[in-house]
Design a protein around this ligand. Structure first.
Ligand code: FAD
Length: 307
């Protein structure tokens, strides 16, 4: 068996693998798609110490760094189950039918943004359609943007962006349903409009970038188009944890519950990055959490009986 088996090959998994391998223990990494969300990212300007880079470039660096160590990388493999046997070994079942055993496991399967599923969203992703205000807000400095989503994350994004961009229009599907304190702050901002009871129709562009957002006003039934250069979609972040239901404790949002060491509800099973309850989903945070979970797994191993 492995000493540490990491499930997920994004920034959290890569950091965990390097930290484990540096302890000289048997380390495996199984990933559906090495690189994770970073592969889908264009400009990255908040990876500290690197002023600006692109997702695929950062992933190449991650992979090179992991391959520098003795890590058994199993790419294009999907984990479907997790169980801990009577002998204390964890078993990860793969979609291929194979299974892997390990003395400890670090889950770092990440998350994905919920999409609007309207025409233009996919085509203009990274060319005006954005999902992360912390990441992409500064790219829209002084411009007009729309935020889609009337929950806490939509309103937080609108408040955040209002300080950077020229003008924000928040579109909510029903009423705005954020905490009162956020709604009050939003209402105090001079460069924010709120439109409720909308259905998004299409992201409009000129073939190169976003120029507008078409929606229907459900109250009047009228079709309208907002002129914007950016559309921030804030309708939910879905953790990739469906395969863990019933094996480790998950929050109401499906995030893996972890303590300050990344320990889950199952002994010997740790988790890190966007798939966990740790707030703020960012590359540097995922890497730090991956390193932390790996050190905690090592500490667990040196306190456990040898197989
Ligand atoms: P992920 O990157 O999601 O990686 C998850 C890994 O697990 C992948 O390898 C995946 O294939 C694998 N996996 C999932 N399920 C399974 C399974 N069942 N079996 C096996 N493997 C599985 N953050 C920033 O800090 N700066 C930015 O500028 C920035 N821009 C972004 C732009 C976009 C478009 C997106 C989508 C995200 C952006 N982020 C940015 C967020 C950042 O990418 C994430 O916070 C970070 O990638 C999380 O790392 P992670 O390792 O936890 O998960």
């Amino acid at each position: 068996p492995f000493d540490v088996l990491i499930v997920g090959g994004g920034p959290a998994g890569a950091a965990a693998a390097i930290y484990a391998a540096r302890k000289g223990i048997r380390t495996g990494l199984v990933a559906d798609r090495f690189g994770g969300q970073v592969l889908d990212t264009m400009a990255i300007e908040n990876f500290i110490s690197v002023k600006s880079t692109e997702g695929p470039r950062l992933v190449a660096g991650l992979e090179q760094h992991v391959r520098d160590y003795n890590v058994d990388i199993m790419n294009l493999q999907r984990a479907e189950s997790l169980a801990v046997g009577a002998d204390g070994l964890a078993e990860i079942g793969l979609a291929s039918g194979a299974s892997l055993r390990s003395r400890s496991v670090i889950i770092s399967t990440g998350a994905r943004w919920r999409k609007m599923d309207v025409p233009g969203e996919e085509a203009y992703a990274g060319r005006g359609v954005a999902y992360c205000p912390h990441c992409d807000g500064p790219l829209f400095k002084g411009k007009r943007v729309a935020v889609v989503g009337g929950g806490n994350s939509g309103v937080e994004a609108a408040i955040d962006l209002a300080g950077i961009v020229g003008h924000v229009t928040l579109l909510a599907r029903n009423d705005v349903r954020a905490d009162a304190v956020l709604q009050k702050r939003l209402a105090s901002l001079p460069n924010v409009d709120v439109i409720t009871h909308t259905r998004i129709g299409e992201v409009v562009g000129n073939g190169d970038k976003v120029t507008g957002l078409a929606y229907t006003d459900q109250t009047s039934g009228e079709a309208r188009t907002l002129e914007v250069e950016g559309v921030f979609v804030q309708i939910g972040l879905l953790p990739n944890t469906d395969w863990l239901k019933g094996s480790v404790d998950l929050s109401a949002h499906g995030e893996i519950e972890v303590d300050a060491r990344g320990q889950t509800s199952l002994p010997g099973v740790f988790a890190a990055g966007d798939c966990t309850t740790v707030p703020f989903k960012q590359i540097v945070i995922a890497m730090g959490e991956g390193a932390k979970a790996s050190l905690a797994a090592f500490e667990h191993l040196i306190r456990s009986p040898l197989p």
